[in-house]
Design a protein around this ligand. Sequence first.
Ligand code: NAD
Ligand code: AHE
Ligand code: ZN
Length: 369
Amino acid sequence: MKSRAAVAFAPGQPLQIVEIDVAPPRAGEVLVRITHTGVCHTDAFTLSGDDPEGLFPVVLGHEGAGVVIEVGEGVTSVQPGDHVIPLYTAECGECLFCKSGKTNLCVSVRATQGKGVMPDGTSRFSYNGQPVHHYMGCSTFSEYTVVAEVSLAKIHPQANHEQVCLLGCGVTTGIGAVHNTAKVQPGDTVAVFGLGGIGLAVIQGARQAKAGRIIAVDTNPDKFAKAKEMGATDFVNPRDHDKPVQQVIVEMTGWGVDHSFECIGNVNVMRAALECAHRGWGQSIIIGVAGAGQEISTRPFQLVTGRTWKGTAFGGVKGRSQLPGMVEQAMRGEIELAPFVTHTLPLERINDAFDLMHEGKSIRSVIHY
Ligand code: NAD
Ligand code: AHE
Ligand code: ZN
């Protein structure tokens, strides 16, 4: 079938809105009509050419919601008409990782996903007869996409797709990082570096966890108002200080924070986030994605004196078993999604969404088809 899609033909180039061909779903696969998709910084990261797994041409997008149109042979967990969120972290329930009870990092389709193809090693997308790659197992920048059955969470049919698409990545990642990875407790002190969609979701999660002080850090002071609305109590612009931001935060708190979260993808900030963690027990959670060749460093003494460095993918959330419940939490107002949606744009204006992100003017632009 034909599908309108925003295709990234080459790194660093604007997306092109074209009509691609989408082949029918094969065994274990599902054809989904995407109704809405957010634009996450990770899409911009891959488009920039900095992603070691970046492949072109590709249909990017991994923060969507939609409706099942057709299922391939053997698919039993969803049927046409079901409302779904595609998952870049699948959940097969059977692999070593799913069975461990220790992680959400299912490996069932991860290897082929990273190569931009379906689990059988081929693509369902083509343009002018040439294959186009899939992305993160989702490719939500196409109105019609094909995903593996294990990469779909079936959600409440009355959920508002314009908002719950953000549970496909940003909001789930931030909230999940607080509850599943850091396990923030009432009264804990938290520092959040980077106040985009991810950082604001961390703040929302920290407020849910009844954290005490929530210190919001960004070099763009325009981000502070929304951070305050979400529950941040203190605001730091590193550019207002002539000493390292970790020193500023340690001085504000006495010994540092119980938990810090890096939500930018900057390895220097990752170091600062670790070094503002409390002596003896503070932990720092890396959420930001850094480019090819980037490495983190600190003095080992920072770890010897009791700090812990961790990372998280999709906030540690198991998509098929936990995301439907998070959608219902959003429907009950227990997760607030509306403040994240600063712009809604038709597919034709998707490049504006990238510009707004780079200019620091948006939290999330949601694209509709
Ligand atoms: P965003 O662009 O919306 O927000 C980033 C924020 O960081 C902006 O407000 C920007 O002003 C701020 N910033 C930039 N440099 C800074 C600095 N030196 N000091 C302080 N603040 C600075 O991005 P986003 O969509 O919120 O994504 C954030 C990061 O999280 C990206 O790296 C993205 O790839 C990553 N991410 C990871 C996961 C995961 O599962 N681990 C999931 C989603 C996104
Ligand atoms: N492809 C990159 C890594 C990108 C990355 O770390 N992705 C995060 C999700 S970002 C969502 O916006 C993630 O979940 N990683 C775990 C995984 O399995 O991809 C690289 O460095 O090669
Ligand atoms: Zn994302």
